[in-house]
Design a protein around this ligand. Structure first.
Ligand code: UT7
Length: 335
């Protein structure tokens, strides 16, 4: 049995910055409302013609992560791509990454767990490495939200929150059993599936049906979110799953060097911070700059934390996420 560790990190966000003021020019919203309710000041949106897509942003983040891991792309044994906004309905974006990176052949899998996607992907990578099957796994979280949001006032409660971007991590074999990814804790509760969802187009609502209905009131092809219900569940599940991970490893909240929560809403992160009595230095928030980038949010935040020297050898790093499904999970790492 081996352990696994994060050996390289990278991120990419599009250059195009969209501020709250920009949004308030095209829908009935305000900088004050968005900052007060979510903490977000700006986000990045892909611009038509800038060459970005979910896969392309993932590739840009991945190239940095692979270089920092000190390996060659030929050493990648498996690609795990987490997203809710894949380039195509099928095939998944993982195979597109394999092609773009010019890796002759390797297994590639898409993980469809929305905001918890990166946590699920890291848990999957961890198991493949602990079993001895693979040595280096490329894990990507990437989202292109901006192409599919409702930019009229009707969609404002959802649209102001989400941003585009990607993060990537190389997960590699670690011989020291006391270091690396200590454990992962995963959950889902499908009875809430529709409370944060995009249900059409789908196999329940094919494109011709939507076109034939020709109904301007039809919003089934935009994301739907029951914001307050999601918020209430998020604060409970974040707290539970962080505690579950700490308890499993005989750790206490005060042992956390850095908590990196999925960047859903600054108020959710602040609630969790208060619940565990953590200082500002123990919790990473960058939602102010990027909004909620769903599967991209944790690897982007993790990369920034690492680049800023906030992660040191021996640190206890806790990752936690909650989102559509509902799904949620945590990862406990000894860096
Ligand atoms: O990452 C996946 C997980 N997602 C989350 O964790 C999101 C969790 N939920 C939330 O973050 C919050 O529920 C939101 C930020 C989405 C919404 O905040 P809220 O405090 O729950 O607002 P609300 O939906 O209850 O709406 C309050 C008011 C409404 O107006 P009335 O009915 O009180 O007149 C909305 O129409 O705010 C209005 N509103 C807005 N006003 C200005 C909703 N969106 C906007 C907006 N700008 N963008």
């Amino acid at each position: 049995m081996f352990n696994s560790k994060i050996s390289g990190l990278g991120m990419y966000v599009p250059e195009n910055v969209v501020t709250n003021h920009d949004l308030s020019k095209i829908m009935d919203t305000s900088n004050e409302w968005i900052v007060e309710r979510t903490g977000i000041k700006e986000r990045r949106h892909i611009k038509k013609g800038d060459g970005n897509s979910t896969m392309m942003m993932g590739v840009k983040a991945a190239k940095i992560a692979i270089e920092r891991a000190g390996i060659s792309k030929k050493d990648i044994d498996l690609i795990l791509f987490s997203t809710l906004s894949p380039d195509y309905y099928f095939p998944g974006s993982g195979v597109l990454v394999q092609d773009k990176l010019e890796i002759p052949t390797c297994p590639a899998m898409d993980i469809r767990n929305q905001c918890s996607g990166f946590i699920y992907a890291v848990a999957t990578a961890d198991q493949f490495i602990k079993s001895g099957m693979y040595k280096n796994i490329l894990v990507i979280g990437s989202e292109n939200h901006s192409g599919g949001l409702d930019f009229s006032t009707r969609g404002r409660a959802v649209t102001v929150i989400f941003g585009d971007g990607a993060g990537a991590a190389v997960i590699s074999r670690e011989e020291n059993k006391k270091k690396g990814i200590l454990s992962s804790h995963l959950h889902s509760e499908g009875k809430f599936a529709k409370e944060l969802s995009l249900i059409g187009p789908s196999t329940n609502r094919w494109v011709p049906e939507i076109i034939d209905a020709n109904n301007p009131e039809d919003t089934s092809y935009y994301p739907f979110m029951n914001g307050q219900l999601v918020f209430k569940n998020a604060v409970v599940r974040f707290s539970e799953v962080i505690l579950e991970g700490l308890n499993h490893n005989g750790l206490d909240p005060k042992d956390i060097d850095l908590l990196i929560p999925h960047q859903a809403n600054l108020r959710i992160s602040q609630f969790v911070q208060k619940r565990f009595g953590l200082s500002d230095n123990q919790v990473l928030n960058n939602i102010q700059k990027y909004g909620n980038t769903t599967a991209g949010s944790i690897p982007i935040a993790l990369t920034e934390a690492w680049e800023q020297g906030k992660i040191k050898s021996g640190n206890v790093i806790v990752l936690a996420a909650f989102g559509s499904g509902f799904t949620w999970g945590s990862t406990i790492i000894k860096w």
